[in-house]
Design a protein around this ligand. Structure first.
Ligand SMILES: Nc1ncnc2c1ncn2[C@@H]1O[C@H](COP(=O)(O)OP(=O)(O)O)[C@@H](O)[C@H]1O
Ligand SMILES: [Mg+2]
Length: 185
């Protein structure tokens, strides 16, 4: 994929399908230490050890009862082609965590892309779910937690209203501008 943010969009759909109510998206990057890590954690239905293996290596499975998905393998490939790594930890009934480690300076690094738009669209399309998005660089970190937004807004204001989405948009732009060392928005 052209942007890692599209991989994120894709694999978060799995968390939504797995009936997660809380999805945490963490991006940690450092030019100094030459890495970009993406963690996606959910409290959905989880997977058995065998399911995890089938998802990671779909072409090694002998199973023919379901179509082979590519969302997870493509994300894994994007990480491994940089010389990085990929891991899934999952527990049935508890949830799943995907960890992708990228070597930023690799010629095969896929750019992160517009992660802010991905987060905003995910919130807009799943207004009843909670998302925690955090992004850090060598310059700093910020967090957007929809549970905090709900507390401030009150239960009557859905997250997919125009005013709220505009606020989210502005907050993400302003904060990412700060951690990327930009002078103005
Ligand atoms: N976070 C998750 N929680 C539960 N099951 C998951 C999760 N991520 C992936 N899976 C399982 O792995 C399968 C393959 O995922 P994926 O590679 O994205 O392909 P697809 O979504 O097209 O099936 C999903 O259909 C689902 O059964
Ligand atoms: Mg999928």
């Amino acid at each position: 994929m052209r942007e890692l943010s599209l991989n994120v969009m894709d694999v978060v759909q799995n968390s939504v399908s797995a009936n997660a109510s809380l999805i945490t998206i963490t991006v940690k990057e450092s030019d100094k230490d030459d890495f970009l890590d993406i963690y996606i954690e959910d409290n959905g239905k989880g997977m058995s050890e065998e399911q995890v293996q089938n998802v990671i290596d779909p072409f090694f499975t002998t199973r023919t009862t379901r179509k082979v998905g590519l969302g997870v393998p493509l994300f894994k490939m994007a990480a491994q082609q940089t010389g990085g790594s990929f891991d899934i930890k999952s527990q049935l009934g508890v949830g799943t965590t995907l960890s992708a480690h990228f070597i930023k300076s690799s010629v095969d690094m896929t750019p992160l892309g517009d992660i802010n738009s991905t987060v905003k669209i995910l919130i807009q399309c799943n207004p009843t779910l909670d998302f925690v998005f955090s992004h850090s660089t060598d310059l700093g970190e910020f967090v957007l937690d929809t549970r905090e937004l709900r507390q401030i807004l009150g239960e009557d204001v859905p997250l997919d209203t125009l005013d709220v989405l505009e606020w989210i948009d502005g907050f993400l732009k302003e904060q990412s501008n700060i951690i990327y060392g930009g002078a103005k928005i």
